[in-house]
Design a protein. Structure first.
Length: 168
């Protein structure tokens, strides 16, 4: 009896796994970072331009994207300051480092940049680190596998008043 119950449970579990949609994750890619474009875009040797999946960082200059941040009461001056701080952090953390990139089902954005989670040599997820430091916000327009995890990291930064969330 126990054998039949275990076998039925195993069969049900396998069937459920086959029916549930799962994000399609590609094999990890490694490469050396050769350039930092801004707070959420880097260049990796042999791969090209990589946009950090699931986050959005402030731009160097004022843009229509500023309205998105201003809904949270973040001033344009704060956006420019955080852009500089985030880019400086990336330069110090990434320049000439070998990183591991993992993509999901949508590999490229409309600008043909590779969309990826970027893992640092020590194993930390850079996308999440930028959220925790308040150098970026979660990109809410599209779904992605780690969205809930990223929203938690952003909430943590808000609670700690890090980066974009500092009260002035």
């Amino acid at each position: 009896m126990h054998y039949r119950l275990c076998r039925a449970t195993l069969f049900s579990s396998l069937l459920l796994c086959l029916l549930l949609p799962a994000p399609v994750v590609a094999e990890p890619i490694t490469g050396q970072v050769t350039w930092i474009h801004d707070g959420d875009t880097i260049k990796v040797a042999g791969i090209g331009t990589v946009r950090l999946l699931g986050i959005d960082a402030p731009e160097y200059e004022a843009s229509p994207r500023d309205r998105y941040y201003q809904r949270w009461g973040i001033s344009p001056a704060t956006l420019r300051r955080i852009h500089k701080a985030g880019k400086t952090y990336l330069i110090h953390s990434l320049k000439e480092q070998t990183v591991t990139l993992i993509t999901e089902h949508s590999h490229h954005d409309r600008h043909n940049r590779l969309l990826a989670y970027v893992y640092l040599p020590d194993g930390r997820l850079l996308n999440r680190q930028l959220l925790k430091k308040g150098y970026a916000v979660v990109y809410r327009r599209f779904d992605f596998g780690l969205k809930d995890n990223f929203l938690e990291a952003e909430a943590w930064a808000r609670q700690k008043e890090s980066g974009l969330w500092q009260q002035h």
